[in-house]
Structures are given as C-alpha cells and as structure tokens.
Design a protein around this ligand. Sequence first.
Ligand code: NAD
Ligand code: MG
Length: 389
Amino acid sequence: MRRISILGATGSIGQSTIDLIRRDPGAYDVVALTGGCNAAQLAKDAKDLRADVAVVDSADCYAELKDLLAGSGVEAACGPVAIADAARRPADWIMSAIVGAAGLPPGMAALEQGTTLALANKESLVTAGPLLMATARDAGATILPVDSEHSAVFQALVGEDIAAVERIVITASGGAFRDWPLERLRTATLDEASSHPNWAMGQRITIDSASMFNKALELIETKEFFGIDPDRIEAIVHPESLIHALVGFHDGALMAHVGPPDMRHAIGYALHWPDRRHLPVARLDLAQIGALTFRAPDEARWPALRLAREVMAAGGLMGTVFNAAKEAALDAFIAGRIGFMDMSGIVEDALATMSAQGGQHNAALSLDTIMDMDRQTRLRVTEHLEHRG
Ligand code: NAD
Ligand code: MG
C-alpha cells in the first residue's frame, strides 16, 4: 500500500484527490490530512480514510476537531507547526494543496523527507522556486506539477530533451470577465469575480483567474519548474479551456495537451505517474466541440501579466514580493476595501517599494529570508491601504 498525505484536504483540489483515492481505497494507506478550519469535513474524511492524523490550521476549530475524532483512533492536532510536522511523517506521495504561501513550509518539510510531492500549491514555486527545487534535488525528492497547464507541459515533455524546447505556451480561459468592457471591470463585485466560466475551484484562485494574476503566477511557475528562459514562455487566451498547454520544439512541432477542464486528470496523472491509469474524467467529443479559439491577452485589461514579466526579469526575492502582495491585495478585495482593478496597482507599488529596499538583489536560499520578505511585503501593503484610507 502507498502511504499518502494530503495538505489542504478540505479544499477543491484536496477533495478531488480524495475522490480519486476513494475509488481504490485498498491501494492507499492515508497518513495525514490537513485543513484550514473546516473541521467537520476533515474529521469525516480522516475517519472514512482511516488517517493516522488530522490537523487544522486554526486554533478556533481544534476543540471541534478533537470532539469529532474522539474514540476514532485518528489523532487530532492544530496549527502551522503541526501541519509541517504532519508533512514530515513518512509518506510515499504527498499532495500539496494548501492555498497561498502558507503551503510553503509544509511543502518544504515534505520534500526534506525525500518524498514525491504533487504540487498544486503554485504559490510556493512563485515565492521560493529556487529554494524548493534545490531542496527537492538535495533530498532526492520528486516534484510533480498538478496545475493543469504545468501537468500538460510535463506530459508533453515525456521522452523529450528540455534542450530541444523552443517555447512553452500556457493557455488562459480569460476568467469571469474576459468579455466585459474594460470600463465595467472597475466596478466588478466579489460575487461576479468568484464565478469561473469553465472550472470549479477555490474562491481565491477563481478571483485570480478573473484578474489574470493566476496566469501571472503560472508564468513564473513555468520558469521556476522547467528552468526555461522567460522569453520562451507565453500565455494565450483560449476560452474553451480544452488545450491546457503547448510545447514548441526546435523543429517547429507544437505538442498540445487536450482534455476536459477537470482537475482530476492532472491530480490522477501525478498520483499514478509514471504510469497512466483509467481516470473518471469526461472523454472529449471533438466533432461536437467543433472549434477551438485563441486570442492574444490584452495587457491593458490584465496588468498582472506585465508585472509577472518584470518579476521574472528581476529575479531575487521579487517572486516572494509579488506573491505576498498579490495575496494581501486579494484579501483587501475580498474584504471589500478595494476595487477589482485596484489589486494590480497595489502589487505594483509593493514591487517598486520592496525592490528599492534591496529585495531585487537578495537571492539567499533560506526559508527564513523568504518568509521575512513575505511578512515585510504584507506590512507594506497594509501601510499602503491605510494611506489611501
Ligand atoms: P481551496 O481554497 O479550495 O482549498 C485550500 C485548502 O487549504 C483548504 O483545505 C483550506 O482549508 C486550506 N488552507 C487555507 N488556508 C490555509 C492556511 N493558512 N494554512 C493551512 N491550510 C490552509 O483552494 P484550491 O482551489 O483547492 O487550491 C489549492 C491550491 O491549488 C492553490 O495553490 C491553487 O492555486 C492550486 N490550484 C487549484 C486548482 C483548482 O482547480 N482548484 C487548479 C490549479 C491549481
Ligand atoms: Mg492552472
């Protein structure tokens, strides 16, 4: 039996992972499940899957988790340190599906034990790409991409030499507002930004899709994971979300990965890698689909893409700043403090401020340095928001 753990088990990716595991329960020995504060869901899954331990992030729901698990044989724990400890428990495969930079410390802990890490938590690559990749290398651990575009690229590269790659093209649905007039975006509400045309995902990534910050993070994720020059990475709007990415080779061939917009494909590929097994995803009827369309992304509408290019060119800790500022700006939008189109301005200010403070040059590979820059950036955003009133 394969020992597996799921970080962020109560979220959209976590639940899709559990859906796949439940289909073949005899194959897996579940070690740890972690969640934020949804104790009811976490306790239910931990009992059903006979996990060794279930951990919530917030102390507010620890009592509830303990009550729900009393007498079940599943250990209960709480807090970020306990989540990282859970990730350190020996396992053969660990899903990293916490949302945000909070996924970095447990992801690092998992890699340090030399496991295979299925990485949905793109923020950890954006915030600490070189550190994460070096940690995996040193520990002999494997990182498998779960983001649909990166899984698609990874699959298109099987049997290929990365040196023969001319370009990588990742697709973007365009999110909730792809057909809205630019003027209307300024008044877009939280509800409007929280519904995605093609994918069912957690709220934060859904809003990031509408603002294209998700694609911006993914450009950086592509650079960090595949180690490819930023000039060779492109994003293209593809409203049907059926092609997830394309890899262009020196001979002019462009290999596309086509599939339904269902994350269980990318999760299942990482779960069974390097094998391919049957997965419960829809099979595409190409004749019925008829046409696939593409358009160039409009940077006036989506400044996040330009900012990602600047971040990739600058290097150093600017990925950390970009991710932390984006998370803080998203918090402010969700809290109703700023408008939808204000988020990119806040991130741009943080990049300029932190770069002036040396963030651009300090590329030290340490988790503490990165977490410190993350904290300073969030403080900068708070100051900026207070200043604008
Ligand atoms: P989600 O919000 O549905 O779930 C996030 C999970 O993390 C939940 O279990 C939540 O309780 C937990 N969590 C939140 N904050 C936490 C904290 N501070 N500490 C510990 N746990 C915390 O998010 P999701 O849509 O499942 O996305 C998870 C990750 O996967 C993100 O990095 C996202 O960008 C990435 N991703 C998601 C999709 C998708 O289809 N949902 C696709 C590609 C990549
Ligand atoms: Mg994606």
